[in-house]
Design a binder for this molecule. Sequence first.
Ligand SMILES: C[S@@+](CC[C@H](N)C(=O)[O-])C[C@H]1O[C@@H](n2cnc3c(N)ncnc32)[C@H](O)[C@@H]1O
Length: 269
Amino acid sequence: MIGARLEGMLDGGPVFEPGSVWLVGAGPGDPGYLTVNAIRALQQADTVLHDALIDDRILDLARPEAHRIFSGKRAGIHSIDQAALCARMVDLARSGQRVLRLKGGDPMVFGRGGEEMLRLAEAEIPFRIIPGVTAGLAAMAVASIPATLRDVNRAVVFATGHAAPDTDETDWAALAALGQPLVLYMALRRIDGIARELIAGGLPPATPLAVISSATRPDEEILISSLGAVAEDRQRYNIEPPAIVVVGDIVKTRERLLRVAPAFAGAIA
Ligand SMILES: C[S@@+](CC[C@H](N)C(=O)[O-])C[C@H]1O[C@@H](n2cnc3c(N)ncnc32)[C@H](O)[C@@H]1O
């Protein structure tokens, strides 16, 4: 019954026209976070250009005859050639292919989806954006840390710890002064310096901090620390990227949950 209903949903929705590009979010890792529209895209695409760390069970939803092209960063190689990748997408679309650019998380959150969309528009290639569950939200959810809580915060800041080489450094003191939770992408390798700058910007060293690594994947890990202790804790527990770092009192909600309902300890430890 549910199978027929799902099939009905998969049959409807937007049609992937030949000569167009869809920028699609694959979610944080676990295929369970894939959207129905992402599956529709996989089932219609002629070529799938995909990032690293996309689960094979997701890639296997593409049509068997679809051409799969790895377009992510490989270990040891700093970055892929973004201009060449965009040129390839444009060429494939101009040759009449349905081109699916499959990215981890959400394509428009620190994922270069914005640049790719602008390039496609310049080349007059029709495109569509299919959002995905971004790692920041997924990581907070698996750690039982809400993005917003009425008595704690009224805003939430998503920031990158790894600014593009030709852009200004992030003003960490300005972010500290906001007094709102910070959700940091690509920040783990530089977290010691970032924590120092946030403390210099006025946040107390005791400010709670969570590192959530490989959220929703089988090797998921959660480290609860503080701005003052994270440098030591991250070495001691050897936590590795990909990780989201959450900074702020919102992290205490996890402890609060344990106090309210200790039975949850097993579920969130
Ligand atoms: C280039 S950004 C891409 C973000 C992606 N577009 C999104 O919306 O999640 C890569 C960063 O996302 C974070 N990330 C991606 N997947 C993650 C996961 N499963 N668990 C924790 N962090 C993750 C890490 O901070 C990683 O360095």
